[in-house]
Design a protein around this ligand. Structure first.
Ligand code: 1PR
Length: 523
């Protein structure tokens, strides 16, 4: 029996699913005594250091946890469960950590996108039980803006390179803790968990020992989901957001089955977009929650879900916040949530009032779950102008002239799945969302969606230059060369496609085989 410390933020369901897939049972901590009596304890977490420590204190878990850690019984910390072991974190000044080890948790100060999101390798510094059957060159999933800085060098189990070399896992006697997420790291991560659950007799050094790891560019499969006219939840796909063919919603498959297929084919991440979420209320959308629950049972890569995340008042007059909606998605198995229409309205409000409200869904969700859990999905379309002076928006010079030969355009934000254009440009939106606490941008493009014309390089370049959080390029992929083009011509961290994968025109393995040797990818 494995005891799991769930402090209420982040996706613990995926850890439970990963452990159960290995035939173990999981007991969730509900009081301090459960920690003390645990045989093996896992403390997973995505989230913010401050809210994590506050919850541990409120629930009186701090002392039992410290007692457990010195008891000699096995402990596996994941992400926040690693950071909690140190004295303090820059993320929450003034709030002490558990202080089991001397040292602190620092924010990345680098010239690269922060958070560090994606699959990166490990430079192994000492043998460990966790490494049995690993080759040593596997990549694991990271998602964090802060990393530990232990005073005692002998704690360091692995390092990873991102701008500089940082400590990506530690080990001391009974305590092991990783910055990466084994439960989200596919087969290699499941192996690490298996080694923790059934440790070999001896510590192992894998055959390959890397000196300098590299972050892979991610290939993401996107599933646009909605009910069809018969009321079944289906994966659909639009042409420039029009998902109907001869008046009927295209049906390209069942969400859970497709997600499983993409996991097996090597997708680095899977995104579900509930494309009619703007008019439905997600908390009442049981089938969508069900899709997440079922998918996360055996798909061990990060899952993002978007659609309808906003404040909502139901017919009885009860108001739900965007944070409540997001929390339910996290509990159902999501690792990140994506906000579309509401982000546009939040930014309009920001511009109107001249600053943050402190209460927007972006701010609240990132405060509780961390910036890395909040993705902003932008649905922009090109508006051509003859001269940059024509509008007050951020205008770019384009090499693809408009219908009247216009050489300039701006990217208009839309809401409700492209149905309504707003007086706001995508560059301003991205910048302000970063300020509000978003951790990543999912950059769609209505002009390119479903066209097979390739990604809109000009749009991606303009957004990437404006912000420092990671960007997912989306819309328009038609062949493997388009993925190379977007990684070669822009600094984007990941590329997403839908239609070509659903229609089996190109598989994820085709993309990865083509990129291999040209672009860093996860095998
Ligand atoms: O506004 O917070 O409720 O979120 C709704 C979400 O649903 C948004 O993220 C929005 O992008 C998405 N959405 C709404 N309507 C549509 C539609 O297609 N009618 N889909 C839609 C957006 C775009 C991509 C697509 C890529 C790749 N889909 O995600 O998967 O363009 O496609 P391709 O490779 O086939 O070109 P809210």
């Amino acid at each position: 029996m494995i005891t799991l410390l769930d402090y209420g933020a982040g996706n613990v369901r995926s850890v439970i699913n990963a452990i159960e897939s290995l035939g173990e049972r999981v007991k969730i901590v509900t009081r301090g005594e459960d920690i003390i009596s645990a045989e093996k304890l896992i403390f997973p977490g995505v989230g913010a250091f401050g809210s994590m420590m506050s919850v541990l204190m409120e629930r009186n878990y701090v002392l039992p946890l410290k007692d457990y850690l010195v008891s000699g019984k096995p402990y596996l910390g994941i992400c926040i469960g690693l950071q909690a072991l140190f004295e303090y974190s820059e993320e929450a000044p003034g709030l002490p950590g558990l202080g089991v080890f001397k040292g602190s948790v620092k924010r990345f100060k680098i010239n690269l996108s922060v958070p560090h999101i994606g699959w990166n390798g490990l430079n192994i510094k000492q043998p460990s039980i966790l490494f049995k059957q690993l080759k040593g060159n596997e990549k694991f999933y990271f998602v964090h803006s802060y990393h530990v800085v232990p005073e005692d060098e002998s704690l360091v189990l692995t390092t990873t390179n991102y701008g500089y070399e940082f400590v990506s896992s530690i080990q001391k006697h009974n305590i092991t803790a990783t910055q990466f997420h084994p439960e989200k790291s596919g087969v290699s991560g499941i192996l690490v968990l298996k080694n923790f659950l059934n440790p070999p007799d001896e510590s192992v050094t894998p055959p390959v020992v890397s000196q300098e790891s590299r972050l892979a560019k991610r290939i993401i499969a996107c599933l646009d989901v909605r009910s069809n006219d018969q009321g079944d939840l289906v994966v659909t796909k639009g042409d420039q957001y029009d998902v109907r063919e001869k008046g009927i919603v295209r049906n390209l498959g069942k969400p859970v089955n497709l997600a499983r297929r993409y996991y097996k084919e090597g997708a680095d991440e899977i995104t579900f977009l509930n494309i009619t979420g703007f008019r439905d209320f997600p908390l009442k959308d049981i089938p969508m929650m069900d899709v997440l629950k079922k998918t996360s049972k055996n798909v061990f890569v990060p899952l993002t879900i978007g659609g309808g995340i906003r404040d909502y008042t139901d017919k009885e007059g009860r108001t739900y916040t965007g944070l409540e909606v997001a929390s339910e998605y996290f509990r159902s198995g999501a690792d990140k949530i994506s906000i579309g229409s509401d982000a546009v309205l939040i930014v309009e409000d920001y511009l109107k009032k001249g600053g943050k409200s402190g209460q927007s869904a972006i701010e609240e969700i990132s405060r509780v779950y961390g910036n890395q859990a909040v993705v902003i999905s932008i649905d922009p379309k090109r508006i051509y102008v003859q001269s940059p002076k024509e509008v007050e928006h951020t205008v770019i010079e384009t090499s693809i002239p408009g219908p009247k030969g216009e050489r300039y355009c701006w990217y208009q934000c839309t809401i409700m799945g492209g149905r309504e254009g707003r007086d706001l440009d995508a560059i301003t939106l991205a910048r302000i969302c970063e300020t509000l606490g978003a951790g990543e941008i999912l950059l769609n493009c209505i002009d390119r969606d479903g066209t097979h014309m390739g990604f809109d390089i000009e749009l991606i370049t303009a957004i990437k230059e404006a912000i420092s959080i990671p960007v997912i390029a989306s819309s328009g992929a038609g062949c493997v060369e388009h993925f190379y083009e977007v990684f070669n011509r822009t600094q984007v961290e990941s590329a997403l496609a839908a239609g070509i994968f659903h229609r089996k025109e190109v598989s994820i393995s085709n993309v990865k085989n083509f990129l291999k040797g040209k672009v860093e990818i996860r095998d």
